[in-house]
Ligand binder design. Structure first.
Ligand code: MG
Length: 177
């Protein structure tokens, strides 16, 4: 039996970037990293003068994700750099990732810029999409255009993935099995 896909965003669900700046959320570690996707945000600055990005990662999330009955997939602007910088902090193996041909582009129907590419990538397989930016319009569009069960799971970027999210993921996987 093929498992449903778990399409995972990094900033928001795994790195609660919107939490209060000087109060690292409980259970999280602080890391400073310099992926190309971060350096590219400062095109006017030489790479060596770009300061590293501070991220918060909760190492418990790795084993919790691996215990789920899903095939894990990165669905993040970090793309393959999630395997270099995020996966090892969580103890995750190298995962497949969605390659976005374009980032942050405007959508004619007001969808999130990831939505259409993500549905095309899933190619008819059941999936859950975990992201801090998706909205009800994305859920509606996915329901109308994806031929298999799909769930959009919105995560608050001040909080990150929590126990209720893991419960929802477990329950959904059971329901579609
Ligand atoms: Mg995000």
């Amino acid at each position: 039996m093929t498992l449903p896909l778990l399409l995972l965003d990094v900033d928001g669900p795994l790195n609660p970037y919107a939490a209060k700046r000087h109060r690292r959320p409980h259970g999280y570690g602080t890391h400073r990293v310099k992926p190309d996707c971060w350096v590219a945000r400062f095109p006017q600055r030489p790479a060596e003068r770009v300061r590293p990005l501070r991220i918060w990662i909760n190492p418990d999330h790795g084993p919790e994700l691996l215990a789920l009955r899903y095939e894990l997939v990165w669905a993040t602007t970090w793309m393959d750099e999630a395997n270099t910088f995020i996966g090892p902090l969580l103890g995750l193996p190298v995962l497949p990732y969605i390659h976005w041909p374009e980032l942050h582009q405007q959508d004619p129907d007001g969808l999130h810029w990831k939505t259409r590419n993500l549905v095309a990538w899933a190619a008819g397989r059941p999936f859950v999409w975990v992201d801090d930016e998706l909205g009800p319009q994305d859920a509606e569009w996915i329901a109308a255009h994806h031929p298999a069960p799909a769930l959009t799971l919105h995560v608050d970027p001040e909080i990150g993935l929590g126990e209720s999210d893991f419960t929802a993921l477990r329950e959904w996987a059971e329901a579609v099995a």
